[in-house]
Design a binder for this molecule. Structure first.
Ligand SMILES: N[C@@H](CCC(=O)N[C@@H](CS)C(=O)NCC(=O)O)C(=O)O
Ligand SMILES: *[C@@H]1O[C@H](CO)[C@@H](O)[C@H](O)[C@H]1NC(C)=O
Ligand SMILES: *[C@@H]1O[C@H](CO)[C@@H](O)[C@H](O)[C@H]1NC(C)=O
Length: 275
């Protein structure tokens, strides 16, 4: 039975599925077909993709006549059909997906004017602007009619972000965004310094000697957070975390980072950088 996995190179949660693909021994073109949906251009908002996954998110997997539309479901489905058996996911997967640790907002957040200017001029600004253009275009096509509510919600949410990064939002919205950003930064910092050490082993993986389902999620999450702290490569992440958080990462987090970044799967998925 053929599988189609939809990913994008810059996507944190698609990277979790890509780590699973590599660790579980799937081969693109043999027992899985990898298709790219360009999130920076808002291609996920095409009505055909919204039809496939009503949340229009990556990763998405088609397998055995079913569509799996969340990262946890995608990874569980990949693991179920793989000859390599790994430890099943636990509540750790839910924890790392909690909104208060959202790695996508971690990338977009801006705590002050300087951060907002830098992000607005960089990839985050491009991303938000392109998404709005894509939403406007797709929402007007005939195929979009069944998803009217979806497009309205997304246009409003992303439009609010666009107003902030382009300096068109009222001051109080901007102040609210800075406060929300600071709270999110602190929450993610707490996850790295206090929450992860509560479930990471002293060495190896949550799944044991090799990564299990939880590890695909936690590994990809940590890679994104390292990137938001300014890390460009596996080696400079510890210093980047320490600079951003004002404290060295706990030993278990450092060991976990070392365990993941040594693996061939990691080197493949993050070949062109942390994201
Ligand atoms: N809770 C969802 C989150 C997935 C998600 O946010 N994916 C991002 C990429 S990392 C995405 O597709 N974003 C596009 C969008 O929200 O429009 C899951 O676990 O699958
Ligand atoms: C879409 O997202 C909502 C909220 O996160 C979730 O409850 C729902 O199960 C998701 N739908 C699919 C198809 O994944
Ligand atoms: C996919 O195909 C490869 C190469 O033929 C094989 O080694 C691997 O076990 C297969 N993996 C799965 C998950 O079916």
């Amino acid at each position: 039975m053929s599988k189609i996995l939809y990913i994008f190179a810059g996507s944190v949660w698609a990277a979790a599925a890509e780590l699973a693909v590599a660790e579980l021994g799937y081969k693109d073109g043999e027992n899985i077909t990898i298709k790219v949906v360009n999130l920076v251009n808002g291609e996920n908002f095409a009505p055909s993709f919204v039809k496939l996954n009503p949340n229009a998110t990556l990763p998405t997997l088609e397998a055995g006549g079913k569509v799996y539309g969340s990262t946890a479901e995608v990874i569980a489905a990949l693991a179920k059909d793989a000859p390599v058996k790994v430890k099943a996911g636990t509540s750790i997967t839910e924890t790392i997906h909690e909104e208060k640790y959202d790695p996508n907002f971690a990338m977009l957040l801006s705590r002050n004017e300087a951060e907002l200017t830098a992000k607005g001029a960089g990839l985050a600004g491009t991303f938000i602007g392109n998404r709005q253009a894509a939403l406007e275009k797709y929402s007007q096509s005939a195929d979009a009619a069944p998803y009217k509510a979806f497009y309205e919600t997304k246009l409003a949410q992303n439009g609010g972000m666009l107003a902030i990064v382009t300096g068109k939002a009222p001051e109080e919205h901007k102040a609210g965004f800075f406060a929300k950003s600071q709270a999110h930064f602190d929450s993610v910092k707490g996850a790295v310094l206090e929450v992860l050490p509560g479930f990471l082993p002293a060495s190896g993986f949550i799944g044991g000697e090799v990564p299990g389902e939880d590890d695909f999620h936690v590994g990809a999450w940590l890679a994104r957070i390292a990137a938001t702290c300014g890390a460009k490569s596996a080696d400079d992440a510890p210093a980047a975390f320490e600079k951003a958080y004002g404290a060295p990462v706990p030993a278990s987090v450092a060991a976990y980072w070392g365990a993941w970044t040594a693996r061939p799967s990691w080197k493949t998925v993050y070949a062109s950088g942390l994201h």
